[in-house]
Write a protein that binds this ligand. Structure first.
Ligand code: ITT
Length: 183
């Protein structure tokens, strides 16, 4: 299965997941232009349109973001830009003024297979920690504590993160779909 992403952390999670189900993940390492849209689904669909227009076939793309309750869902679809500009410390500073540290992580997987487009969404709720914790994972992982846990994603192995994460949930729906397709 071809995964098109510029993000090595994302690819590692797909690699581990596909390995568990006996499939191989192939990394197409590239940055494609991401249009600015209101929803993660729209970003994925536009990305897929762009990639198919360039001749790419039978691939997976993934658009993810963190939506913080006290900030009315910010950074959401701007997560990549915000990570690169104000970073984790900027987000933590913004949250200093709020008691509510609730947030959710969202992943939408876009699968292009045999000329058809399929979307799979996964979400996980959690809270934003008071300081970065852990050295694993990537992006916002050091400041996101998923519901029911007392550690951040950055303090988990890839397998543990995959078993409860937004991306893990989206990947499970993708797996259900792939299983139905072959039986
Ligand atoms: P591609 O678009 O090339 O796949 P990207 O890093 O730009 O890579 P996204 O737009 O989906 O990917 O990610 C938005 C931001 O959210 C970016 O800063 C990521 O590092 C971060 N992010 C995405 N998934 C994450 C996860 O599971 N844990 C922590 N941060 C994540």
């Amino acid at each position: 299965m071809k995964i098109i992403t510029s993000n090595p952390g994302k690819f590692n999670e797909y690699y581990a997941f596909f390995k568990e189900i006996g499939l191989e993940a192939e990394w197409i390492r590239m940055k494609y232009p991401e249009i600015q849209a209101d929803t993660t689904e729209e970003v994925v669909i536009e990305s897929m349109n762009f990639l198919t227009s360039k001749g790419y076939k039978d691939f997976i793309v993934d658009d993810s973001g963190i939506f913080i309750d006290a900030l009315n869902g910010f950074p959401g679809v701007y997560s990549s830009y915000v990570y690169k500009t104000i970073g984790l410390s900027g987000i933590l500073k913004l949250l200093n003024d709020y008691e509510n540290r609730g947030a959710k992580f969202v992943t939408v997987i876009g699968l292009e297979l045999g000329g058809n487009t399929h979307l799979f969404k996964g979400e996980v709720r959690g809270t934003i920690s008071f300081e970065p914790q852990g050295t694993g994972g990537f992006g916002y992982d050091p400041i996101f504590i998923p519901e029911g846990m007392n550690k951040t994603f950055a303090e988990m192995s890839i397998e543990e993160k995959n078993s409860i994460s937004h991306r893990g949930r989206a990947m499970n729906s993708l797996k259900e779909f792939l299983i139905k397709k072959v039986i």
